[in-house]
Each structure stands twice: as structure tokens, then as C-alpha cells.
Design a protein around this ligand. Sequence first.
Ligand code: PDD
Length: 280
Amino acid sequence: RTVYLNGEFVAEQDAKVSVFDRGFLFADAVYEVSAVLNGRLLDNAAHLARLARSCQALDLRLPCAPEEIEILQNRLIAENNLREGAVYLQISRGNSGDRDFDFPGETVSPTFLMFTQARPLIHHPKSQTGIRMVSVDDIRWQRRDIKTVGLLAPCLAKEYAHKHDADDALLVENGLITEASSSNAWIVDAGGTLITRPLSTHILHGITRQALLELAKQNDLRFEERPFTLEEAQSAREIFISSATTFIWPVVSLNGKAIGDGKPGDITAKLREIYVRMAV
Ligand code: PDD
């Protein structure tokens, strides 16, 4: 792969970052993942707006204007002939030459890197079969709205899921589901209403989530933004997750118990179809 690092497009084995980079030592870095479909970035303006928001929350400088970032992303897509997958982008506070908790001054420039990942989005097998989930305690920090690379808790949650015969985990805090380990969580109630947690510092403000709410509105699908409990999820008609890397994946079981009839739900399938139609 050709990757991007600090102004240069280089072969991945030639991209080197210092051991003193604050992204590496302190997870002092933010990231974005934008989906790529037919060689084109999807909803990228929203991803870059969220990136700017994450940077601002941490007093981190954007390395260049969003329009310039998009030009670099598109060049990387072209260099790698990427048709379907994602562009990963990360900005750390940079290398201050030693391990020091204090923020370095303006003289230290951010480390800006990007790489592409080829993966199926439209025809991913899990979008058809659905996934099995388990619930775990949400042990993440309290600013989940900032998209930082401090992702050890989600890694542990996914590892726990795999050890318990599941694909992924729903995160639970005070009896309420916050989101999934790397996607937003939704349920469909008995009456067919889509339910997802409202925006706050407790969840990442998913770009796919926002697009789906917009599409639900346009297509006269009932939805509600409100917190929901693990019990509600367990007895929901349908559950699904949304993100740039999955679009929508149905959930067929939770903690070993079937959701609905144990098959991907109809409303989930319909919403996914609407989303894919808009995306291609
Ligand atoms: N994850 N919630 C969490 C905790 C996430 O990590 C993500 C995205 C989402 C969905 O956001 P969006 O629709 O903007 O992708 C929700 C990315 C894909 C990742 O970490 O790979």
C-alpha cells in the first residue's frame, strides 16, 4: 500500500513515526474513518467536520484545511486503486522528543497519517447473515463524542465477545446501552419504531447514524432518539448497528438469545437498502 505521512505519499514500509510520538505514548490523537464506494468518499464533509470538532475539543491543530485533506484522501484512493473500503486518517499532537505529559508548544507539529483499507461494504457477508452480540460494561472514558485513538476498551469488548462465541459487543452503562464497540446501536420496537440513543458525550456522534435518521425522515419511517435499556434490546423486534465500515449490520442474537425470530429483521433490511441506494 501507498500511505500518507506528513505531506508525503510513501510505501507503507517507508512510513516511520517516532517512538516519542504522543499518539503512541498517550493516545493523544484523533482519527476518522470515511467509507469509500466506487472509488468515492461517502459523507466525507461530515467526517471532516467531526474531525475538526474532535481537534478543537483537544486543542489540537488541524494540519490543513478540510478541503485540502479531502484532496489528499482522494489522491491516496487513486494511488491505491481503492474501489470499496475506507480511508483511515489520524492526527496526533506529534513528537515532542521525549515522554512528557505537558502539551508541547506550537513548535511541535502534528503527525498526520492516512492509509486505505479495501473491504466489502455492499456485499459484506455479515450484512446478510447478521451478527451475534454480547453485552459488556462500558468502561470507556467520559468523552466518547471525541473520536480519539484511545481504543483499548473497545478492543477488550471485542475480544470478550469473540471468547463468548459472539461477533461484537453492546456497551452498557447504568442499565442503558450506549452504543456498540465501534458502531452506533439501534433497536426496532414492537410497533416498528426505530430507536437510537440521543447525542451526548456518552456516545460517538456517528455520521452513518445521522444519515440514517435523515433517510428515516424522508421515507416516513418512525424513529425516536432516546436511551434504551439492555432489557428493551433483549426483547426488541430487531437490533442493528451502524458505522462507516459496516453501514448497517443486523443483530440476530444478544447474550445467546435470539432477537425476533433469530434472523435479520425486515425493517433493518429495508433501511439498509435505502442507505445503499443513496450511497452508490
Ligand atoms: N467507528 N460509535 C463508535 C464507538 C465508533 O467507533 C464508530 C465508528 C461509530 C459509528 O460512527 P460512523 O457512523 O461515523 O462511522 C459509533 C469507526 C468506523 C472505527 O473505529 O473503525
